[in-house]
Ligand binder design. Structure first.
Ligand code: HEC
Length: 209
């Protein structure tokens, strides 16, 4: 099951309202001649496009950090290594997933950001990353079944309505499954991840006006 956002529809309605003097929106065709051109109609981006765009940026950053920083340090036998326990150990830097979570925490604290995001899994190494709402649980189940699709929908939390998008996070490199499969935090029902498995998902949540 895949939900469609109503955002683009209502946005079109809004554009039509704002641009009521121009042509094109359901027969409102009174073109007015005026010496001063009217300001351009306020434009907006549909929720799904916005979520897809911020997801593209966060995944690009994560990939660059993993492949250009973490892997490079390892290849060079650098005296600095990525470690989950970077806060307590000398000469260490955070893992990509930790970088990702710390970034998402900063965005969460920023009232200007206009959205929140998180990397979650049905099988979390960090309990904090377990899906919490019914929507998140449903979204992660869907992604595991349909690895090549995204999952979109609307959710109400604390009286607020949100557009929510979920994107599969796959085992793209050997390091992913070898670290996760051997990790001390794995629970009894933990899968033996192999290449291309969906290990979790990125959830992007945008408040709807
Ligand atoms: C060196 C070990 C290591 C490697 C390599 C690694 N991870 Fe993780 N991953 C972790 C740890 C530790 C966490 C928990 C981080 C936190 O505190 O939020 C985590 C978190 C996650 C989560 C969130 C759910 C959870 O388990 O808490 C997903 C999904 C995930 N990793 C997928 C991946 C993918 C995909 C790759 C490869 C691109 C990868 N990981 C590489 C150790 C690793």
């Amino acid at each position: 099951m895949k939900f469609q956002t109503k955002a683009s529809l209502s946005l079109l309605g809004l554009l039509c309202l704002l641009a009521a003097t121009t042509t094109g929106c359901g027969g409102n065709t009174t073109a007015t001649a005026s010496a001063t051109p009217s300001p351009p109609a306020e434009t907006g981006i549909p929720y799904q496009k916005f979520a897809d765009a911020v997801h593209a940026v966060m995944m690009a950053d994560r990939t660059v950090y993993a492949s250009k920083v973490v892997t490079r340090l390892k290849k060079q036998d650098a005296p600095v290594t990525p470690s989950e326990y970077w806060e307590d150990e000398e000469h260490t830097i955070p893992l990509p997933a930790q970088m990702f979570r710390m970034g998402s925490e900063l965005v969460f604290e920023n009232p200007e950001a206009g959205f929140t995001y998180a990397l979650k899994s049905k099988w979390p190494l960090n309990e904090q990353n377990r899906p919490k709402s019914d929507f998140e649980i449903q979204a992660l189940d869907y992604l595991v079944e349909h690895p090549d699709e995204n999952f979109y929908g609307e959710e109400e939390l604390g009286g607020e309505k949100y557009f929510v998008a979920a994107y599969a996070d796959k085992a793209v490199a050997e390091a992913c499954w070898s670290c996760h499969n051997d990790h001390g935090n794995r629970e009894d029902n933990y899968p033996e991840f192999v290449k291309d498995d969906v290990m979790g998902g990125v959830i992007v949540r945008v408040p709807m006006q």
